[in-house]
Structure formats: C-alpha cells, structure tokens
Ligand binder design. Structure first.
Ligand code: NAP
Length: 276
C-alpha cells in the first residue's frame, strides 16, 4: 500500500499529463476562471473543455491568469456535433482558438460521432488543421470500436486519444482493448461517475486504508489501468484532493478487487449515443 503526500508533476503519457481538469457545466465565468487558475497553480497541466461547454473564454482567461506559461499547459477542446461539416470544423475551431486566446491546441476531439459527423469530410478537416499546425493532436470522443477503426483508417494523422466515460462502475474493457490495438490513448471522462463512486462501500474502505478519498481511489485505479483522467472540480478542496491522488498507488490485489465490482452505472447516456 503506498500513499505519499503531494506530487510535483503529473506523469505524462505520450506527452499528455495523466491527470487533467474537467470543466463541463462550469459555466459561471468567475467560478470557471478561478478553478482553472487554481488547478494550474496546484500543479495541473492539462485542461479539458469543449465548444458545447460554453466556457472556452473563461478557460482561456484562467490559463492566462495563472502563474504558468501557456506552453506548459496541455489544452484540449472538442468540436460539437453541429459543427462537424468540413468548413464548419475549420471555422468553429478558429473561433475556439480566439475564445481560448491561444494560437494552437494540444488536442482537438470530435465530440461525438453523430449530428454532422461524416468520417471522410469531418476527419479531412481535422487533418487540414493538423497540417496547418493549429492542432497538435487529433482525438475522438464517445467512439466505440467500429467508429474508432473507421477513424484510424480515414485520418492521415494518428488518432491520439479516445475520450470516453470510464470509472470503476464502467470499466470499458472491450473499448480499452480496441484503443490499445490502435495505440490510441484512453481519456476517462466522468472519472468519479459524477459522484456515484463516493457511495461504493469498497471504494470507501480502500479510501480509509490508503488515507485518501473515494475520488482518490478511483483516480488511482484509472492510473493503474494506464488511463488519463479529467475529473471536474470547482471546489478548491476537490481540486486539491484529486491532485493528491497522484500520490496513491494501489496494490495489485486492490486493483483486482475494484475490477471485480459488479455494479454498472453509465452516467452520460443520451438517446443519440452510438451505443443506444
Ligand atoms: P466527474 O468528474 O466524474 O464528477 C464531477 C463532480 O464531482 C462535481 O460535482 C465535483 O464537484 C465533484 N467532485 C470532484 N472532485 C471531488 C472530490 N475529490 N470529492 C468530492 N467531490 C468531488 O464528472 P464530469 O464533470 O461529468 O466529468 C469530468 C469531465 O469530463 C467533464 O468536466 C468534461 O471535461 C469531461 N466530459 C466529457 C464528456 C464527453 O462527451 N467527451 C462527457 C462528460 C464529461 P465540484 O464541481 O463542486 O467541485
């Protein structure tokens, strides 16, 4: 059992910090700016937003306000489903850059394979942004194995990451295997199951054993799986608690106990999701 205090920096996987800050529903500009600034000043170097979150301006202001150079921050956003026609990908990504106040993005995702998503057309625009150097890495989100395979075939750029819901109550083994087969990083969204992990007795027990919180256990479990996590937090105590999960290393036996949980809970499940 290992628990150390604090951590100077999140480890990187392929240049991406394995712990980032999520910002979905952080729409109050002041709260969002403050959370981003506090996270960066705590040590986070990865921030996740999206066109649909309506907070790119505040995220950019938080990055600018933090005492951390922009080039040290891994910044990701996502193109919304209505903006996935070729010209719209180009124009709305430029608008995202303007709102964020940056010249380039570290990672740009297709948010969902639905709406105006057309693999040939959409991904050609992502390739163009990548060729222009505006986008460092191309990612996808909410892609199942078939959509992923198709994107790998169609894109010239490598598919860097697939961002999907993933936590101890939704371990996504099949999807993780499909990503590994194509050298695609997995980024876990809703890594705390939007709060549901806090009520799982095993995670409460392990939190006690490792002197952390159930959030810390979930994030350490994801790290043990080689998965990057982007918990959303606005409360300072939550931002810090999640950061301190980097000091928690679960024993293999405890990872296996979490793997053996049978409860399943998907928290983000719109009718138009590809799995419905
Ligand atoms: P989450 O990170 O699983 O949970 C966030 C909730 O947990 C918030 O209510 C937060 O409260 C609370 N919390 C955070 N840390 C805590 C801690 N240590 N102890 C107690 N409570 C804590 O849920 P999420 O926002 O759905 O997912 C995270 C990020 O993934 C999103 O923000 C977004 O960036 C991304 N995402 C992407 C997609 C997609 O389609 N690609 C979908 C969903 C989410 P406070 O805010 O009050 O601190």
């Amino acid at each position: 059992m290992t628990r150390t205090t604090g951590s100077a920096a999140a480890p990187l996987t392929n240049g991406m910090p394995v712990l980032g800050l999520g910002t979905w529903q952080n729409t109050d500009p002041e709260e969002c700016r403050t959370a981003v600034r506090e996270a960066l000043e705590t040590g986070y170097r990865h921030v996740d937003t999206a066109q649909a979150y309506d907070n790119e301006t505040a995220v950019g202001e938080g990055i600018a306000a933090a005492d951390v150079p922009r080039e040290d921050v891994f910044l990701a956003t996502k193109v919304w489903t209505a903006n996935l026609a070729f010209d719209d990908v180009l124009s709305t990504t430029r608008a995202s850059l303007d709102r964020l106040g940056v010249d380039s993005l570290d990672l740009l995702y297709v948010h969902w394979p639905t709406g105006q998503y057309d693999p040939e057309e959409t991904l050609a625009a992502f390739d163009e942004l990548s060729d222009e150097g505006i986008v460092e890495r191309v990612g996808v989100s909410n892609f199942g194995p078939q959509h992923l395979e198709e994107a790998v075939d169609v894109l010239d750029a490598p598919v860097f990451a697939n961002q999907v819901e993933l936590h101890p109550l939704l371990p996504q083994e099949e999807l993780r295997t499909a990503c590994a087969a194509h050298d695609v990083e997995v980024v876990a969204y809703s890594p705390l199951a939007r709060g549901a992990v806090f009520d799982v007795p095993l995670l409460q027990e392990l939190a006690n054993d490792y002197d952390t919180s159930p959030a810390g256990v979930s994030l350490a479990w994801l790290r043990a799986k080689g998965v990057t996590a982007i918990p959303k937090a606005t409360a300072t105590a939550h931002i810090r608690d999640n950061w301190e999960s980097l000091g928690v290393t679960l024993d293999d036996a405890d990872v296996a106990r979490i793997d053996a949980l049978e409860t399943r809970d998907r928290r983000v499940d719109p009718d138009w999701a590809p799995w419905n």
